[in-house]
Design a binder for this molecule. Structure first.
Ligand code: NDP
Ligand code: 2IT
Length: 451
């Protein structure tokens, strides 16, 4: 056996940093997983011998391509698009597409890596992938967005397929963009097939998919609280973001008897001490996904609410916090503030919203902390159900899918407790998710030999 088979954790991380220069988000995501996996496999020779972690942390492939499009003023614009296919040991690559100016190869590699563990946790046959472009949909007309999506798919289509790689939405990619991309894929291939999820219900989309991520993050919170003999009822919640995940998380919190105090976007956050009720959530949904406005407008519209320009909501005292906007939006100081203000639980709707230092603060204070790769898995889980419905040419109803989502979140919670229970009543959900997610993928890879 080669000596390198037994590198320790610091040496392993040195190698990851050396091979991925400047890719800080990717290195952060690998680091969050690797420590737990090193502990888990310390007495499991077969995983060392087959270099399983090293292989999962090296994407199967990273496809990068030019995306040219013409804006409404007839200027030719050039963007960069990517699809990162991280690992397909347990099913076709699966994961969203993000359109945002902050998208880089590092961001998409971290998301595809995380997705591999998240998809494994769902128990459904899905590998991990992620894609996107440094395109900013904000301020663009529908025609511009359509032309961009068509150009993006002109390259992407040859790398995806219902048994190969099935993208979906993420930041900046919702029903409108999925529709344009599906239309272009169908035109290029002359095939109607379940190549994308998050489609409109008229053309094969699953009921419950729009709600699934936000609802799922609250079901996960509910499972974590119940495990400590507590509940969402009468809890105050601070939520960041105001897109798909944030608005549906807010909706489920109030359905379960909680009170939502904040929402945000990249311009700042709004604080509504009276609580953001269903009518106000519907108004925000219309504002963000139809009028494509800014959350600051909420404070102009609803009396009693205030807008805090350029600020994040973590200073507002609350019982539970749900970061639902983007990565690294909750740092060490903000985590300390939440703890000193009495937060009891954190459930992440976003992917990797808390920095490594922030996670450490929550663990030290024994705060119930559910990381994104388990708490927000409800979205991709219902995407998996959309794939099944498309393959079977069937559609399940809202009630059945709602039950399946609650069962899936309960199942994920159970797996994380199995591997994360610290024996003193505290559950390390990071460890639980990392090990449970890793084991299934790793065992499949062992079965394949060296490929
Ligand atoms: P949306 O595009 O619907 O909403 C994104 C929200 O986050 C907006 O309010 C946006 O504000 C805000 N935001 C984006 N970037 C930043 C930034 N750099 N700083 C501050 N705020 C920002 O996306 P989703 O709701 O779908 O995604 C939110 C998070 O949830 C992401 O981390 C995503 O990866 C994750 N996720 C999404 C799933 C899904 O099914 N959609 C599934 C699992 C996870 P603004 O309008 O100003 O850009
Ligand atoms: O981060 C995620 O899990 C998503 N953006 C959803 C992926 C999917 O394929 O539904």
């Amino acid at each position: 056996m080669a000596v390198s088979d037994h590198v320790d954790f610091p040496t392993f991380m040195e190698g990851v940093k050396r091979r991925n220069p400047g890719q800080t988000e990717f290195v952060q995501a690998v680091q969050e997983v690797a420590q737990d996996i090193f502990d888990f496999i310390s007495d499991k020779e077969e995983y060392h011998e087959a270099q399983i972690l090293r292989r999962i942390a090296e994407p199967d492939r990273v496809i990068s391509f030019r995306v040219c499009w013409e804006d409404d003023n007839h200027n030719i614009r050039v963007q960069r698009g990517w699809r990162v296919q991280n690992n397909n040991a347990i099913g076709p690559y699966k994961g969203g597409i993000r359109f945002h100016p902050s998208v880089t190869e590092s961001v998409l590699k971290f998301l595809a890596f995380e997705q591999t563990f998240k998809n494994s946790l769902t128990g459904l046959p899905m590998g991990g992938g992620k894609g996107g472009a440094n395109f900013n949909p904000r301020g663009k007309s529908d025609s511009e967005v359509m032309r961009f999506c068509q150009s993006f798919v002109n390259e992407l289509y040859r790398h995806i397929g219902p048994d190969t790689d099935v993208p979906a939405g993420d930041i900046g990619v919702g029903g409108r963009e999925i529709g344009y991309m599906f239309g272009q894929y169908k035109r290029l291939t002359n095939r109607w097939e379940g190549v994308l999820t998050g489609k409109g219900e008229e053309y094969g989309g699953s009921q419950m998919r729009p709600e699934a991520t936000g609802y799922g993050a609250v079901y996960f919170l509910q499972n974590m609280l119940r495990h400590q003999k507590n509940d969402v009822d009468r809890k105050t919640a601070v939520i960041s973001g105001s897109g798909n995940v944030a608005t549906h998380a807010a909706e489920k919190i109030i359905q379960l008897g909680g009170k939502v105090l904040t929402l945000s976007d990249s311009g700042g956050f709004i604080h509504d001490p009276d609580g953001i009720d269903q009518e106000k959530i519907d108004w925000v949904k219309e504002l963000k996904s139809v009028k494509r406005g800014r959350i600051s407008e909420y404070a102009d519209h609803f009396t009693g609410a205030t807008f805090h320009k350029g600020k994040r909501p973590w200073n507002v005292p609350c019982d539970v916090a749900l970061p639902c906007a983007t990565q690294n939006e909750l740092n060490e100081d903000e985590a300390k503030k939440l703890v000193s203000n009495g937060v009891i639980a954190v459930s992440e709707g976003a992917n990797m919203p808390t920095t490594l230092e922030g996670v450490h603060v929550f663990h030290e204070a024994k705060i119930i902390y559910g990381p994104g790769k388990e708490a927000n898995a409800g979205g991709v889980a219902v995407s998996g159900l959309e794939m099944s419905q498309n393959s079977g040419r069937i559609s399940w109803n809202h009630g059945k899918l709602g039950e399946m989502l609650t069962d899936l979140m309960e199942g994920i919670h159970g797996k994380c407790v199995e591997y994360g229970d610290q024996g003193d009543g505290y559950v390390d959900y990071v460890k639980g998710a990392n090990i449970a997610g890793f084991k299934k993928v790793a065992d499949a890879m062992l079965a394949f030999g060296v490929v």
